[in-house]
Write a protein that binds this ligand. Structure first.
Ligand code: PBG
Length: 323
């Protein structure tokens, strides 16, 4: 035998020399849930190891992540029910929870990249990402609020705004509004191909943001579709997106690869709450090794073409990479 592929797997050193895909803490974004209060950490039952954090705790954990080499956090606020209404007005409040969290993070850790979520659902009494009228999710009527939300977040100091709502035309609306207010240096990470996925369940537990009625299938994408993703890629590029996000991650590796082939923009993959929960649940049962499965999941998304990965396991992964 002349060809023996196993020769290239012989030792740790050889394997390291020829490894095609690397992952570093620099590729990771830590998504995290913010709540009111002080010194509060509220565990999320369906996401073992993840808690909703009051702002002081958020700063402490973000410092830890940053010192481990994780350059970015993505913030999701848990808004008190009394502040939710069908218009989602609280999202514009300059002193709202998310805005205060951004300010505090940028003050305490100026070099941390702070990414904010632009979507109605955490603020909406309907639990939808757009305004609801007679059971329909309104598109164009929702855009000004999304644009206003992005401006409020930029004013607080957000480096990157990330629309996760899947309304048509929102990237353009947000770009215009940001520029009009002098925020031409604020990036847009567009959730470009976001599928109507059951893997978001634990996230909705964390924020108590599940739709009160109906589902999100008239705006998030059908899991069976991939040509539609190309259409979304092109329109988000034309509308001025700086990064393209594919979500969820592992069940949609083909979409990540396709995006890599159809765009020159940086790609983010979102290793979502349900993907994380599965690993943790299997670990608790003693059925899987969480550390190895987490790293393998992350490397798969990088191999498929993602530049960065949003993962609840960011601090775990950075810790593992330090060993
Ligand atoms: C809502 C939003 C969701 C996630 C991020 N932003 C849930 C949804 O669309 O219902 C899910 C993230 C995760 O599951 O980790 N705009």
């Amino acid at each position: 035998m002349i060809n023996r592929p196993r020769r290239n797997r012989l030792t740790l050193g050889i394997r390291g020399l020829i490894r095609e895909t690397q992952i570093q803490p620099a590729n990771l974004v830590w998504p995290t849930f913010v709540q009111e209060g002080e010194n509060q950490r509220t565990p999320i039952v369906s996401m073992p190891g993840v808690s909703r954090l009051s702002i002081d705790q958020l700063v402490a954990d973000s410092k830890k992540a940053f010192e481990l080499g994780v350059p970015a956090v993505a913030l999701f606020p848990a808004i008190d029910d009394s502040l939710k209404n069908s218009e989602g007005k609280e999202s514009l409040n300059p002193d709202g929870l998310l805005q205060r969290a951004v300010k505090e993070l940028k003050q305490q850790i100026p070099d941390l990249v702070v990414i904010t979520d632009v979507a109605l659902d955490p603020y909406s009494s309907d639990g939808h990402d757009g305004f609801v009228q007679d059971g329909q999710i309104l598109n164009d009527e929702t855009l000004p609020l999304l644009a206003g939300m992005a401006v409020a977040q930029a004013k607080a100091g957000a480096d990157v705004v990330a629309p996760s709502d899947m309304m048509d035309g929102r990237v353009e609306a947000i770009r215009w509004a940001l520029d009009e207010h002098g925020f031409d240096n604020v990036l847009i990470c567009s959730y470009c191909a976001k599928y109507a996925s059951a893997f978001y369940g634990p996230f909705r537990d964390a924020l108590e943001s599940a739709p009160k009625e109906g589902d999100k299938k008239t705006y998030q994408m059908d899991p069976g579709n991939v040509r539609e993703a190309i259409r979304e890629i092109h329109s988000d590029e034309e509308e001025g997106a700086d990064w393209l996000m594919i979500k969820p991650g592992l069940p949609y590796l083909d979409v990540i690869r396709l995006t890599r082939e159809h765009s020159e923009l940086p790609i983010a993959a979102y290793h979502v709450s349900g993907e994380y929960a599965m690993l943790k649940a299997a670990e608790e049962k003693g059925w899987l090794d969480y550390d190895s499965c987490l790293m393998e999941s992350l490397i798969s998304m990088r191999r498929a073409g993602a530049d960065m990965i949003f993962t609840y396991g960011a601090i775990d992964a950075a810790t593992i990479l330090q060993r």
